[in-house]
Design a binder for this molecule. Sequence first.
Ligand code: ADP
Length: 461
Amino acid sequence: MKLHLLRKLIIGFFISLILFLLIQGYFISSLQKPFLLASLVALLIVIPLTFLVFRSLTEPVRSLMERIQQWAPVSPDREITGEERDELERASKSITEIETQLREKVEEISRGRDYFETVLKGMAEGVLVVDGRGRILMVNDALRQFLSLPLQVTDRTPLEIIRNAELEGAIRKVIQEGKSTTFELNLPAPGGKTFEVHVVGILPSPEGKRREGDEVKGAIAVFHEITRLKELERIRQDFVANVSHELRTPLTTIKGYAETLLEGALKEEVAFQFVQVIKRHTDRLAKIVEDLLTLSKIESREFQLKVEHLSLSDLIGEVLDVVRDPAEKKKMSLSYDKLASPLFVRGDHHYLEQVFVNLLDNAIKYGREGGRITISTIEKSPTEIEISVQDDGIGIPKEDLPRIFERFYRVDKGRSQELGGTGLGLSIVKHIVQVHGGRVWAESRLGEGSVFYFTLPIHRK
Ligand code: ADP
């Protein structure tokens, strides 16, 4: 059993004292030497012995001092005072320096942890951290929101809380093999979300490189939401497919008739009719291209409205002049419920005219022969005007109503094409109204008619 250092020193002191007395006594009583000489001899024998004993006892203390000073050496630039020349003094100073350094380190670590937590909180991406057993250590707020996670997630597996075998498998593989991986994760209801998930292993070496025999300490999975991106990609693909389809139909017709004419029909009586068909389909192609260009222009980043202060009744008056002829052809009456006080908006004359023309054009196309079209304007609130275009035509089935503002969506494709429609008119209306800061919607009853509404911000001079 090791004795306490102080106790060892006391025992050493007493042993030396007893040894001294014994040697002194021996010299005085057995060898009959005078007291002084006996004491001197005893001292000469005991001092080196005591020195050796004390040295062996203080050796561990000295090596401890040395180790302490290696940890926190008293700065070489600093002059060592007489007081500090003492080993214990210096060791005590070193311990004070170690204490200061430790405090600084602890502060540095807690500052680092604060930064880390702030970064995790501020991240738009979801973050999941698991330990080497694949159990969750933490998740950040973004991931909680994305996946509506329960409050208590730590020490559970990702499979338990996210219920996706693919994610669990990827995390386990990264822990086993240490290689990072990226994959697309589709999570169904609620909402149906798609993520690009990047999983990396937590490696023991500080450089983050895996060395032979290193064990992966855990894994970090970063979730980047790409639902909207995927949706846009799908819309773009659908759009390209729709445009190609829309262009192919008139082109096939034009090609067919042109070939028939070339093969000899040119000289026959039907030639005139064939050329008329070609002309009609060419007009259709031109209309589709024109509408597509309008849409792409409104959607482009550089698009700028030429806004001006406009009187709504003047604008509607001009539009009514444009559509009067086609309306008369179907013996339809056009009326405008004008408000007593004039209403003004700030908008682009050309594009707002297009909104009215498209809506009135539809009301005429899908309206009843001899029917009635009514335009109304009301001041819905101190900041908003509501405009409606009503017809008493064929109406729109309930299930089609939410989709009629989509590009190329038509309730009856045959009828629309027959009437020269492109399926883009309402989509253009929606975009123009939205860039003016308004909303657009429709109400309808099948067989009874439809009302198209849109709003615009009021402008008072
Ligand atoms: P289109 O060129 O086919 O008219 P729109 O985008 O203007 O394209 O309209 C989309 C579809 O909405 C039309 O094909 C038609 O089925 C329906 N629709 C639009 N306006 C009316 C209306 N006033 N009455 C009945 N159906 C309408």
